[in-house]
Design a protein around this ligand. Sequence first.
Ligand SMILES: Cc1cc2nc3c(=O)[nH]c(=O)nc-3n(C[C@H](O)[C@H](O)[C@H](O)COP(=O)(O)OP(=O)(O)OC[C@H]3O[C@@H](n4cnc5c(N)ncnc54)[C@H](O)[C@@H]3O)c2cc1C
Length: 219
Amino acid sequence: MSSKRMLFKKQLYQIQTVATNVYVLSFKRDFTFRAGQVVAIDLVPDGEPRLYSIASGEQDLYVQILFDEKKEGKLTPFLSKLKAGDYIYVSEPFGSFKTDNHSAYWIASGTGIAPFVSMARSGLGVDKILVHGGRLDENFYFREELESFFPDCYFRCCSQQEDTAYFKGRLTEWLINKNDLQLDAHFYLCGSAEMVVQVRDILISKGISFQQIISETYF
Ligand SMILES: Cc1cc2nc3c(=O)[nH]c(=O)nc-3n(C[C@H](O)[C@H](O)[C@H](O)COP(=O)(O)OP(=O)(O)OC[C@H]3O[C@@H](n4cnc5c(N)ncnc54)[C@H](O)[C@@H]3O)c2cc1C
């Protein structure tokens, strides 16, 4: 998806591999943002930038972006080859995906965990239940930090690893089997369109109203 916003040159502080073909890049924070917001990123100032959720906390010194490399993608195969000291172009933060004090489920697939990491790091994880779907155990990014934020309410659903340490199956199966959902909670969804649509349907079939569901779709 493209987004015509002014982009500003940033020097990469670090780029780390966190799983097969999945990376966290970081650059020094010189703007304020609200947890849940995104930035547009590109390698040139006037191209077709892609959108990425900010994963860092609102007060952190560095902005972190979690991304996976899409084969044949226009940006991510090049982004993943960058080194510390290289330059990228980044917009101001924007977007309306935000949490509040109401009890809520935070439901993510893949890199869709990023805005919830930002929210937890910003102190907004009180009274929240985190559900993350990934293909392999290595895809539960930031897991150690999230375990400390959510010692009793962090559920991982692993769809493709036979010997997973977590729930074996897709997060949609976990939700279908869950018979004690808090029906007055809010439900925040973030990830692929497929996940968002399927989870929304499951929640509605369990009696959750459309107004209780807030989603951020990655496409
Ligand atoms: C609000 C929002 C937040 C997002 N946040 C994140 C995030 O935090 N982390 C993250 O990893 N991603 C995030 N995304 C997704 C991100 O913006 C990019 O779409 C993603 O990184 C792929 O970019 P790319 O340029 O590498 O791939 P693209 O060039 O966009 O291609 C994506 C895929 O489509 C295929 N494709 C491209 N063109 C065609 C075609 N013509 N026909 C068939 N297939 C084609 C490619 O092979 C590739 O696999 C977010 C998206 C949105 C909308």
